[in-house]
Design a protein around this ligand. Sequence first.
Ligand code: ATP
Length: 267
Amino acid sequence: MNAIAINDVHKYYGQLHVLRGLTLDIPKGECVILLGANGCGKSTLMRCLNGLARYDCGDIHIFDERLSQLSPSQLRTLRQKVGVVFQQFNLVQNVSVFQNVLYGALGQQRFGLLTTLSCLASQALRERAMSALARVGLAHKAQANCRDLSGGQQQRVAIARTLMQDAQIIIADEPIASLDPKAGREIMDLLLEVVSERGLTVLCTLHQLELAQQYGDRIVVMKAGTVVLDSPRSTVSLNSMRELYQGETRVDQTSLSPNTRQPLRAI
Ligand SMILES: Nc1ncnc2c1ncn2[C@@H]1O[C@H](COP(=O)(O)OP(=O)(O)OP(=O)(O)O)[C@@H](O)[C@H]1O
């Protein structure tokens, strides 16, 4: 069964044709490392998968649910199944580590209610939050303020929050981009351990080609909004990845927008 099925998806920002007929299936329990030069559309794809951005044509199914057919409330429910780990951690900075993790389970609520809700959280939820923190090695920091943690520690909190959310898919958008190499490896090790323990499905973007060779089941490379390589990790050489990166920047993407029917030119 596919956890994620993307079929011929197109996405425009105004006249900019960013996703250009992208097709990709990710079976349940698989970890895919997504590579591609700046501006090729990786984050846009991630946002479409999480329902944060709408695509214009094609289909995305998450566990057999077609995203474009979901109502806003169905989309909110589906989002609980999709945990996100971003480069910038996306934590609430002025509250404790514990409250941020608890927020994973209370994820439908507004930030302003966070403190109140965490006071009202059941004992069972509080124990789960502590256990998620223990899993990422941060039980001793539960009462610390998030802004006092290092980048690596904040990313651990973000992972604990997705555990609390009971996500079945993890979308990780450059999760180690702002970390030093050692912390980056530790976070990738932790992320991959946690997803393998729970049989989660992962789509993770990286820019470090050497690391991409060490993590995940499959390597997918995007170029100009489409997939140009999709192979088991063991069969992809560093050189072939480098070649696919070469010359790829914000290339001229002349096309026709379905809305405007005007010639397009990407920046
Ligand atoms: N909200 C937006 N409105 C208009 N254009 C956007 C928007 N978000 C992204 N873009 C443009 O879409 C293109 C793809 O951006 P995207 O962030 O998806 O690329 P990326 O592959 O994730 O790049 P990076 O590796 O630098 O994060 C870029 O040209 C970007 O400027």
